[in-house]
Design a protein around this ligand. Structure first.
Ligand code: NI
Ligand code: MN
Length: 228
């Protein structure tokens, strides 16, 4: 049985009977978070880009658990500099880990570590395809709608797609509906909304508009979905 659990905003864990990975572990500072990095036990950490609401506590969780941070090369090297165990990859590349298969796919977004007095760019942002125990999950990361989502969905049948709907920094609801049409997953879970004042969105509106394209599941933080 493969399960997807929301930890708030864009942070999800994917687990099968043996392994668990966490994607974009933004816990410290996440108003939706219901847990803390020291409680996370995972075999892999997947980070889509350097923005604090995605890279989050990746480095700390790697140090605590020994789990590898899987990220685009430049971001992986940044994590290594601060003591994380890393596996650098880049867009289009895939790898078979003990926990499952991972492929980095494109997004249209920035990737930088932003602090009070500096901005350090860390390459391109990515999305992830993850296959564990025969189920494929797509985490879109932060992105606009792009027509090559059709290519992603056609080449890799998706069981669950995690799609941003919050607008302003990423696609909004109407573009997320079109993204679902392109990706044609069995199930879609909206993410990246209601975390701050810029990204207010109504998941019920998305659920209504996406009807007929995929089964829409709104996953509240700390709630789990079992993939049939
Ligand atoms: Ni971002
Ligand atoms: Mn974001």
């Amino acid at each position: 049985m493969v399960t997807v659990e929301s930890l708030g905003h864009v942070c999800f864990t994917i687990a099968d009977d043996k392994y668990k990975v966490i994607i974009d572990p933004f816990l410290n500072g996440n108003p939706q978070a219901t847990t803390t990095p020291d409680k996370i036990k995972v075999d892999g950490i997947l980070a889509t880009h350097g923005h604090s609401d995605h890279l989050g506590d990746s480095i700390e969780i790697s140090k605590l658990t020994g789990a590898v941070v899987v990220a685009p090369y430049e971001l992986a090297m940044y994590c290594k500099r601060y003591g994380a165990k890393v596996h650098p990859m880049h867009i289009g590349g895939s790898w078979n880990f003990d926990f499952g298969w991972v492929k980095l796919v494109q997004t249209f977004h920035g990737s930088a570590i932003v602090s009070d007095d500096a901005i350090e760019y860390v390459g391109a942002a990515c999305g992830f395809l993850v296959t564990m125990s025969g189920k494929t999950i797509y985490h879109a990361g932060d992105t606009c709608l792009f027509s090559d989502m059709k290519l992603i969905g056609d080449r890799h049948p998706i069981d669950v797609a995690l799609i941003p709907i919050g607008d302003n920094f990423t696609m909004g609801i109407d573009d997320a509906v079109e993204a679902t049409r392109f990706l044609h997953p069995k199930m879609v879970i909206p993410m990246h909304y209601d975390t701050n004042e810029y990204i207010k969105a109504d998941p019920k509106e998305f659920a209504r508009k996406v009807k007929g394209l995929a089964k829409c599941v709104t996953l509240k933080p700390a709630k789990k979905l079992e993939i049939p």
